[in-house]
Ligand binder design. Sequence first.
Ligand code: ADP
Length: 399
Amino acid sequence: MTNILAINAGSSSLKFQLLQMPEEHVVAKGLIERIGLKEPIFSMTTNGQKVEFIEKITNHQDAVQLLLHHLIEQKAVNSLQDIDGIGHRLVHGGEEYSDSVLIDDEALIAFERLSDLAPLHNPANIAGIIEFKKALPHVPAVAVFDTAFHQTMPESSFLYSIPYDYYKKYGIRKYGFHGTSHKYVTGRAAELLNRPVETIRLISCHLGNGASIAAIDGGRSIDTSMGFTPLAGVTMGTRSGNLDPALIPFLMEKTEKSAEEVLDVLNKKSGMLGVSGFSSDLRDIEMEASKNNPRAQLALDVFANRIHKYIGSYAARMNGVDAIIFTAGIGENSEIIRAKVLAGLQFMGVYMDPDLNKIRGKEAFISFPHSPVKVIVIPTNEEVMIARDTVRLSGLQGF
Ligand code: ADP
């Protein structure tokens, strides 16, 4: 029996799962929220029992200590020696990492360097790695990157049409994100379609608060909607997605905001929140739309319309598509968004069954059996991917 901790450390939160491998059984999972803020909350579910405490958590070190304490207290493990490996989510792996990696001192230095590319995310991920290393120095740790799966994109997909020197000098290119999720659903889709992954063309729609679409040909990502940062691509909860870059200086002049402030608007006050004017959460927007709130209806249409267009463009990119996948909070649950996204795509062989589309949060085909292009809902599982890679790269196989 091998116990792996899968960790996702953000700037003020830390999500965790303890998985028993190779069974992939979730022993405990939980979330530490509001680290360093007022009234931090620790919550954890072990064997169906949920506990929640308000604790003093001033930094990541406190968070890690508290998590280890509660894992023992709630009997998820008998002692810290029962933790065999730790897998950490790291948002940005740049061009250096096309696969997960065992973390040693050299890797940590490389991660620090990559923080330049993801200043909002990587430093918090790294803080988590360092604190676990201090607490459990002899336990192997592995980093799993959001960008790694997209490293198979050809240059013609990842290059921006700007002077080529900028790519060479500054690393400006499309990196893409949500790779761990797109990779997981790719594997599941091949199993559900009962076909070798090398033979299928997939369009994966990861629709959560952040959203991205990926074109996956023969199991390899060949294009994706997010770019140099996770701001690009489709409309999201609070992020604008693609827009005309000339808007930025224009907005700076009109609103007298700095570039950083405008970027903050595009990251945090735009997307469905910006369009609807009241919420970034799809459940709220669907509720208001059902009461004929026109701005809520508009937010749904803007969101669905962008995804619909990506599907068309990625089908063209791969000269066809065998299956379209919906995953993450919205993709797994929203009948309304899936129906709007797929409306009218019969011309390219997509025939969705409105009855099957009622499914929520479960793996299911939602296309008619005769549909040449299959549509599949697949709940994502990034933690299981992190745990699998931790086992593979730390030599725990056959433990
Ligand atoms: P994150 O990117 O933060 O991991 P999630 O994958 O949890 O996000 O997705 C969050 C989004 O999923 C929110 O917009 C939420 O409203 C939406 N969502 C969750 N459950 C449902 C549901 N039952 N119906 C519609 N939308 C849902």
